[in-house]
Design a protein around this ligand. Structure first.
Ligand code: 5CA
Ligand code: ZN
Length: 409
């Protein structure tokens, strides 16, 4: 699949700091130490509805990771998937009478437009689950042939006991795992499984569902976790720097993905850090396609809101926090954008050298974007109060805010 166009990242003087970030698997901060090419995999959308502010907030977090790395003069190899065949997509298509491929294409196209408008840097590889089937099939065969997977009435399940590191990503107890497995696409109640948590790797063809040739697996379609593993291993390999997604992916998705990859390769870890963004709510409940309590990025854009203001609304919250989308959040961002634009539109201003250092420090500190915004606010307030005579300052602030926060002033 093609991704979306990259917005330019302006060059800045000096160099940023290495990123310290919260890692779900250790439960604490880690200082990432990528090589000259930092490797990141971020789980993409299941394209059965438009991009909402929760999705946008999560992609914003991982866009900041990239921007910090670019500022340390590294290259970034970023991979993202599209879950373009899965139960929720097929169920929605069935309910609306849409063709499932047309639904997926339409919503993926809208996602690209939203990401472009929000100045999210695109992945180098943007890969659909359907495209990954030829890589998934041999992986599932290998898992089965090595005893890490087994057949149940034609379906193939992964045995969580095959990975001695199982449980190390989410660090949940068995009961919590069981509850989340049932809520998030698993089938812990199905009789005949070796362990109730075992996730499906390959689902035998069902009447009325799309299916593909699975060689010795028979016709069917891939499970969810193996999709991301196949794409990540093909393009990034084991031990890449960051596996990213919202906190609802820590278990089972990222736990199972890590175990699939570790059982396949015999290597550990799948990713150096597992980074999870908080959940955005609306009216007191997590924004979710299945509940329908959504604020769509495309709708807010159509209503005339500058995408830079949407981005500022996301940046005003720490990525790990759970927070609530309200009209006030957006109003405040619109007002902040106007203040910042007025501040950089003057020919000179207070020196911005300290501000650049403050933004860099804030972002390296577990992506503290609210602290970065507060630093820009202080510079803008000083500019409004008594200005300054540094002719390079407004330009430097514009470039820094664009390069590090993805906001075009
Ligand atoms: N296709 C899978 C990942 S392989 C999937 O979870 N798709 S999704 O469309 O449901 O979500 C896409 C990303 O948005 C995931 O990282 C998910 O954790 C995140 N996300 C979903 N809802 C919210 C929310 N309310 N707040 C923050 N992030 C969210
Ligand atoms: Zn994923």
């Amino acid at each position: 699949m093609h991704a979306w166009p990259a917005s330019e990242v302006p060059a800045l003087p000096g160099q940023g700091r290495d990123l310290e970030i919260h890692d779900t698997a250790t439960g604490g901060r880690v200082t990432l130490a990528p090589g000259p090419v930092a490797r990141i995999y971020v789980c993409g959308i299941t394209p059965y509805d438009a991009t909402h502010m929760g999705h946008a907030a999560t992609y914003n977090a991982f866009d900041l990771v990239q921007r910090v790395w670019l500022d340390t003069k590294r290259q970034v190899h970023y991979v993202q998937n599209v879950t373009d065949v899965d139960d929720p997509l097929l169920e929605r298509a069935l309910a609306t009478g849409d063709d499932w491929t047309a639904l997926a294409e339409r919503e993926t196209a809208l996602f690209r437009e939203d990401m472009t408008a929000l100045r999210m840097l695109p992945p180098r590889e943007y890969v659909g689950a359907v495209e990954a089937i030829p890589w998934i099939v041999p992986m599932v065969e290998r898992l089965r042939d090595s005893g890490a997977a087994y057949e149940l009435e034609g379906d193939i399940y992964f045995s969580v006991e095959a990975d001695r590191h199982f449980g190390e990503v989410s660090r949940l107890d068995a009961e919590a795992m069981r509850v989340l497995s049932a809520e998030r696409g698993g089938d812990p109640e199905r009789p005949g499984k070796k362990n109730p948590l075992d996730p499906m790797l390959w689902m035998a063809a069902r009447e009325g569902d799309p299916s593909w040739d699975g060689a010795s697996l028979g016709r069917g379609r891939p499970g969810w976790h193996i999709e991301c593993v196949a794409i990540a291993l093909r393009h990034l390999g084991m031990g890449f720097d960051v596996q990213g997604g919202g906190s609802d992916l820590a278990f089972p998705h990222h736990e199972m993905g890590a175990s699939h990859a570790q059982a396949l390769t015999g290597e550990h870890p799948f990713a150096q850090a597992y980074v999870h963004a908080g959940m955005v709510a609306l009216n007191g409940e997590k924004m979710s396609k299945s509940k329908g309590n959504l604020v769509f990025v495309s709708k807010v854009r159509r209503d005339g809101t500058d995408p830079a203001a949407i981005r500022l609304a996301l940046l005003a919250h720490h990525y790990r926090a759970d927070w609530e989308w309200t009209d006030a959040v957006l109003d405040e961002a619109v007002e902040r954008l106007a203040r910042w634009r007025a501040a950089v539109s003057r020919p000179d201003g207070p020196s911005a050298d300290a501000l650049l250092a403050e933004i860099r420090t804030a972002l390296a500190d577990d992506l503290d974007s609210p602290a970065a915004l507060a630093a820009v606010d202080r510079w803008a307030a000083a500019q409004a109060a008594d200005g300054g005579s540094d002719e390079g300052a407004p330009g430097l602030v514009s470039r820094a805010v664009d390069a590090l926060l993805g906001v075009a002033l």
